[in-house]
Write a protein that binds this ligand. Sequence first.
Ligand code: NSS
Length: 434
Amino acid sequence: MSESWIYIKDLVKHEGQKVTVKGWMYNKRSSGKIHFLQLRDGTGTVQGVMVKKEVSEEAFEDAKRLWLEASVEVEGIVRLDERAPSGVELTVTALHVIQNPTEEYPLGKKDHGIDFLLDHRHLWLRSSRQQAIMKIRERVIWAAREYLHNEGFMLIDSPILTGSIGEGASGLFELNYFEDTKAYLAQTGQLYAEAAAAAFGKVYCFGPTFRAEKSKTRRHLTEFWMLEPEVAYYDHEKNIELQENLVSYIVEQVLLHCRKELESIDRDITKLEKVKAPFYRITYDKAMEMLHELGSSTPYGDDFGNEDETILTQQFDKPIFVECYPKKVKAFYMKEHPENPDLVLCDDLLAPEGYGEIIGGSQREDDLERLLARIHEEGLQEESYDWYLDLRKYGTFVHSGFGMGIERVIAWICGLDHIREAIPWPRTIYRIKP
Ligand code: NSS
């Protein structure tokens, strides 16, 4: 085994040199005298051309017997090739088989059903499409954090085990803590981010969040990652501005760094190029009016259904803010609308092309009495929120924030049919493995 090797993405810098590549063989074509070995190592792919008379008899026979996904070390000379995706080809001089599987690789070329692919997620991640999506995922997260960091936000983590219900009692994963204490898996880090905003001003938390909703839609996971900025002294207007600037930056960065990946998964890039602030803004009332004209039967006063979000967002070419929902369909912590006590100062940001909600945000109720009244109305236990109420007792402050569902953003940017491809290890009602 060679101790030094070159990553496929760097091969272009080694034209004419003899190098070693370590990786896997994801495809092979052979004629009697020549093997074309398609190699990948996570940084790229390259074709290794092995000519019978240029290698040992043993190496040529070994290559003939290779199964898909064999792990290999290939030595060869780097030749420039403009047509190749990596810009180079390897003229193979030696082959060291690390492991040749003894069985056929389950994810061969056949068209597999989605359940089969999900059962084999641990192998499916090796496919070029899944790799492209995961690289875009990484860029989305990187860009979001970069934007917030540059804007002076501080990352402050929130706990996953919590005693305070963040988003409503339905949809909670409950577990036995110690000595008969109940704990929940966090639905949101927001309440903690609010406390942190009073300490540091501009903050965000980012981590996995959990919803035990029995939603079998293409938009719901039971475990998803949420980015939650929270800003002291920001009102509803400033909150909206932050959301559109953040989302515009993320899309811009994905276009800048992941164009190849977007093309490889057939995303219509022209649609993403339109995603620039300012976004559209409509009120909940206006959205309901539009939905009724489009044939929806959801009654005024209800939250939108998945189908509503689909038909509404098909009408737009940029993300749309829907603002000021009825209080009764939203969480207890949202600030009452100053002109209409039945509404709250909130927004959902809906992605276009039928994708629907990617962000939920609001100005927070900063009045102690009104907040207490809402906690009681929702049937929540006041004792669990004593610490949260302290934020209104000791220097209450206008503040706002939002939660962006990372997988929803990725599904939209990548143009995926279903959110489960946007996360490495999807968790849904029927899936906890692998
Ligand atoms: O429930 S949210 O609308 N809002 C909150 O949790 C607030 N506490 C966030 C905050 O203000 N700090 O969820 C926010 C986003 C929502 O817009 C979706 O993008 C995503 O979280 N979300 C989900 N993604 C995937 N699967 C499920 N089940 C899911 N639920 C929400």
